[in-house]
Design a protein around this ligand. Structure first.
Ligand code: PAF
Length: 280
């Protein structure tokens, strides 16, 4: 099977981009931190269906980790990732180092994240979204893709990426893709690699809780539903950070059910922090 081409520098990337422009080829972009799983593969597949070429970036972005131990433990599996991508046509990997992606005086001007950045993940991981905005800004500027693909598992990140795209005036169209789950219901995540067999079982309480909340819609009040869901959750082996039912646009917590809401959860399973959500 043919190996996927890997680009390491911004200069090589610019040359690659220029060739696509000269041939009027469209480019889809899938930014990742590596440790690729079927969730990433579904984004890549969608991009290959919709674009002439697809660029997959693999970069563990230190700026978005508010916890140094989490950064240290984050899986780095570049050679396995490249093996997984073998045989994909018209796909190129961009695997820069930190200096390449964050040159001195990179011209990045931070944006105000407002309430979208302060709640949920923003409240529990200070500085996380600032780091995401910085790296995605630098990547978008270099890659200049026609479309970029993001998973709905990181729902708040997706909202922030839409904001930054508008704020900085990028021409890239943001495509949201559904969360991919294991047969067990566990949302796919690079972090799942760090769970042992027992933790993989324990973690199912996340999707069970989300499904319980969905089933209570319009039958019990939101506050009763959350109280009961938290009670059951806390009887399991995970440690809950938040469970919230919010408006999908504003991410403000809801007091009453509405036509569409999203239930978001974050919890620690052993030393691994997991997030998930369900839109209903
Ligand atoms: O979702 C991720 O994997 C990361 O947050 C992203 C968008 C690649 C930025 O580092």
């Amino acid at each position: 099977m043919s190996k996927v081409q890997v680009i390491h520098t911004a200069e090589e990337l610019q040359q690659f981009r220029q060739k696509l422009n000269e041939n009027a080829h469209s480019l889809g972009f899938v930014p990742t931190m590596g440790a690729l799983h079927n969730g990433h593969v579904s984004l890549i597949k969608k991009s290959t269906e919709e674009n002439d070429y697809t660029l997959i970036s693999i970069f563990v972005n230190p700026k978005q980790f508010n916890n140094s131990e989490d950064l240290k433990q984050y899986p780095r599996t570049l050679s396995a990732d490249l093996t997984q991508l073998e045989g994909l046509n018209n796909c190129v990997v961009f695997a820069p180092d930190e200096a390449e992606l964050y040159p001195q005086n990179d011209g990045f001007v931070p944006m105000e994240l407002g309430s979208t950045g302060n709640v949920l993940e923003g409240a529990f991981r200070p500085g996380h979204f600032e780091g995401v905005v910085h790296v995605v800004h630098n990547l978008f500027r270099l890659v200049a893709a026609n479309k970029a693909y993001f998973g709905q598992k990181d729902f708040q990140q997706l909202a922030i990426i839409r904001l930054l795209t508008r704020f900085y005036g990028f021409k890239t169209t943001i495509i949201a893709c559904p969360t991919v789950r294991e047969a067990s219901g566990l949302a796919m995540s690079s972090r799942n690699m760090r769970l042992n067999e027992k933790e993989l079982q324990d973690a199912l309480i996340i999707i069970e809780t989300l499904r319980f909340v969905e089933s209570a819609k319009n039958k019990r009040t939101i506050s009763e539903t959350l109280a009961s869901a938290k009670n059951s959750f806390n009887a399991g082996n995970l440690s809950l950070e938040y469970l919230a039912i919010v408006d999908p646009e504003t991410l403000c917590e809801l007091k009453d059910w509405q036509e569409n809401q999203i239930c978001c959860i974050a919890a620690h399973c052993g030393s691994v922090r997991l997030i998930d959500n369900l839109l209903f």
